[in-house]
Design a protein around this ligand. Sequence first.
Ligand code: FEO
Length: 393
Amino acid sequence: MKARQIKPSVYWVGAIDWDRRLFDALIPLPDGTSYNAYLVQGSQKVALIDTVDPSMTHVLTAFLEEVPAIDYVIANHAEQDHSGSIPHVLAKYPDAKVVTTPKGKDMLAALLLVPEDRFITVNDGETLSLGNKTLEFIHAPWVHWPETMLTYLREDKILFPCDLFGSHLATTELYITDEGQVYESAKRYFAEIMMPFRTSIEKHLEKLNGYRIDVIAPSHGPLHDKPSFIIEAYRSWVFGPPKNIVVLPYISMHGSTQKMVEHFVGALTDRGVTVKQFNLAATDIGKLAMALVDAATLVIGTPTVLVGPHPAVAYAALLANALKPRLQFISIIGSYGWGSKAVEQLTGMIPNLKAEVLAPVISKGFPREDDFKALVNLASTIATKHKERGFAR
Ligand code: FEO
């Protein structure tokens, strides 16, 4: 593949990872991903914006065969899927300097052992001239680590935001052609990577209001030549109110919790509440994360295993706690045989979720009339609270 031109003297030189199915040994990638790097050739200097995952250094190297000099490697983010090929680039171009934030320098030195004398650090708003092209650096901590920055190419009005606005999607399309597909991939990306940092993203979106942006060129997935598509999507995920949705991750071992889930989902549906139900024995955990972006309420369903919640349920609770969705209400339903501390243990796993806890419904053995009534009451409480807050679909 040849380098792909975005604007005159600005090229995509990234790698498409069709086969990757897990990121950070945690996040499912059903549609693969890409590591986008960009070459900006000014009249006097040449910059490479981000690199690629070390597993695909050879792809970047092939693009760089025709590039005699690189003066700057712009490191927007120190995570290895973008920085991992920096040592190779520095070895190939002995005069090249890594341009990054002060925190980025610290992290790249620690993670990749980049020597001190190869760095140039830049402040927020600082610019770097490549001759007829100017790079402006916008400090943007926590998208996705504390050292992150965005790079804005002034003359061409291209924003290179690295992880921000990205999507885990392997495609040969340089720009978005299927908005529905990219919306799904970008939402999955937001849910798994960006959701814990909503407050920071809110500030960054405000800051970007001051820039005219013709193209957003993230470091994962296709580019946005209609930036309002992804900016508006982010606005709705970050600023929008939660929706009239209950997310219900659960496990059932012998059918008791399953029966409770079925009754509860029916009661919620009868009351006009949308339910997104996830059997954790089979679900794609990324789908669960995506559902949490919009939901007003989380209800966790668990049987009791060795006095506590089922380990798969504990995992889902810990994940929800880490992702910090904008939940307003939480509850737990489930069952036990001879004794249970599942409710106490599960609530102790979700301290980050600043939501009102609604009375749990726990059945001894197979659910009976009183348990079904309690489930209906819980469904009614949720429906009423959603209505009072004005949550709509
Ligand atoms: Fe795509 Fe935070 O790395």
